[in-house]
Design a protein around this ligand. Structure first.
Ligand code: DC
Length: 236
């Protein structure tokens, strides 16, 4: 049996983690785990209950009522279920982003979700993206990548994404939301967003998606000795 491998990709929101991780996972035939989606599911539950999301006792009291499940369809797309309901679309709403960031600062929430994430890596080869994967969740990952980009570059990308979805927002508003979430995710006491000491830093401010993808493919090949799955080349 082949040895399982873990690849950790951490970084701030909008640096391109999820699209790059998804594409790398498809190229190398590894499972992609989006841990932000799990925090978003808890954030959505707190939002729906109208809880003060910074009140640890209130949020912790809700946790035993939550049954959170991840499932994958044939294309390897991750769906999130909250007490049996498919909430994959609901957790993407912009107002849920800050809810997720709020609840993710609470130690009780992080402890509640830690085992679920580590179990995935015990059972599958994974490319897992988040904020603390290389530092806390999978400190022994074979490859750790810290993906970043300037706040302006990330705001521009997010703006174009939302525009394409037909929900345009201003650059200033987007930049402000990104800076607010960065400050919260970096400044929290538990598992703050920061590169692991042995992470490879990749700044995508001035490079496009394809170039970033090639760079990550190269790292996976060189560091792990993996080759892309048949029919899923890394490209040129
Ligand atoms: O990656 P994302 O934007 O979907 O994540 C939503 C929030 O969840 C993010 O602001 C911080 C939190 N998060 C976290 O604290 N740790 C993770 N491993 C993943 C996400």
């Amino acid at each position: 049996m082949n040895k399982l491998v873990s690849i950790a990709i951490d970084g701030p929101s909008g640096a391109g983690k999820s699209s790059l991780a998804r594409r790398c996972a498809a190229a190398f035939g590894i499972l992609y785990v989006d841990t932000g989606a799990i925090y978003r599911t808890v954030g959505l539950a707190a939002f729906r209950r109208g809880l003060d999301r910074k009140n640890e006792a209130a949020v912790a009291a809700m946790l035993p009522e939550l049954e959170i499940r991840m499932a994958y369809n044939g294309e390897g797309e991750q769906r999130m279920f909250l007490n049996g309901e498919d909430v994959s679309a609901a957790i993407r709403r912009p107002e849920i982003s800050l809810c997720a960031s709020d609840v993710s600062a609470l130690p009780a929430v992080r402890a509640f979700l830690l085992e679920m994430q580590q179990k995935m890596a015990r059972e599958h080869s994974v490319i897992m993206d988040g904020r603390d994967i290389g530092t806390v969740v999978l400190p022994r990952a074979e490859l750790k990548i810290f993906l970043t980009a300037s706040p302006e570059a990330r705001a521009r990308r997010r703006m174009l994404e939302l525009e394409a979805k037909g929900t345009p927002v201003s650059f200033e508003e987007t930049l402000q939301a990104i800076e607010q979430r960065d400050a919260q995710d970096r400044g929290r006491a538990v598992a703050p967003l920061k590169p692991a000491e042995d992470a490879v830093l990749v700044d995508t401010s001035d490079i496009g998606f394809e170039e970033s993808f090639q760079l990550l493919c190269g790292l996976i090949r060189d560091r792990l000795g993996l080759e892309p799955a048949e029919g899923k080349p890394c490209g040129s």
